[in-house]
Design a protein around this ligand. Structure first.
Ligand SMILES: Cc1cn([C@H]2C[C@H](O)[C@@H](COP(=O)(O)OP(=O)(O)O[C@H]3O[C@@H](C)C(=O)[C@@H](O)[C@H]3O)O2)c(=O)[nH]c1=O
Length: 185
């Protein structure tokens, strides 16, 4: 199996580690293979968009989700290191409001699957980070919402050294009590 899959603290949020081939030239790995992804996760999803963001140290993006066209995301880091966080927003789910944090970096080549119905964000730990991700639905600015990165009820333990660098949108995220809730998918 080209991917090794492991669970996180949250049901449905999965870490995938690809098989990496190294030789004297460097390395090679399949960063995405639909058949292997389906076999490893048991999920039948179609990705429709690929995104790439670059951020400097201390930048925190998130926690984002879309109310319509909720997106499943397969995320990874190709340069640098981040602390990546998912928050369960599934109505009446025993894990509603709970979070999972995973370190992703260019060396471990971990990928994280975040299902639709979860808020997502990350903190950049390296000088620069290039963050790549696939999404199962299209970006919709009207549908996008932001859950506060520092909501006390969620209580994410970010590995912060200084105050994070945030957009105005991300400084004004909603509290968990105001956040939208998703039917189980
Ligand atoms: C996310 C996104 C943004 N944009 C545009 C809108 C805006 O002008 C510019 C920057 O957008 P943002 O500030 O929302 O980018 P960013 O804060 O990086 O947003 C992303 O954050 C992470 C945590 C996620 O989980 C993603 O789903 C996405 O919400 O890029 C697109 O054209 N397509 C997209 O898919």
């Amino acid at each position: 199996m080209p991917y090794t899959v492991s669970k996180t603290e949250l049901a449905g949020v999965l870490v995938l580690e690809p098989k990496v081939f190294t030789d004297s030239r460097g390395f090679f790995f399949e960063s995405f293979n639909q058949k292997d992804f389906a076999a490893a996760t048991g999920l039948d999803v179609t990705f429709v968009q690929d995104n790439h963001s670059q951020s400097s140290k201390g930048v925190l993006r998130g926690l984002h989700y879309q109310i319509e066209q909720p997106q499943g995301k397969l995320v990874r880091v190709v340069r640098g290191a981040v602390f990546d966080v998912s928050v369960n927003l599934l109505r009446n789910h025993p894990e509603f409001g709970r979070w999972a944090g995973v370190y992703l970096d260019e060396r471990n080549k971990r990928q994280l699957w975040i299902p639709p119905g979860f808020a997502h964000g990350f903190l950049v730990l390296s000088d620069q980070a290039d963050f790549l991700y696939k999404t199962t639905d299209f970006y919709s600015p009207q549908a996008e919402r932001c859950l506060a990165w520092n909501d006390p009820t969620v209580g994410i333990d970010w590995p912060l050294e200084i105050e994070p660098i945030l957009t105005t949108k991300d400084q004004n995220g909603a509290s968990l009590t105001q956040a939208d809730q998703f039917p189980h998918m």
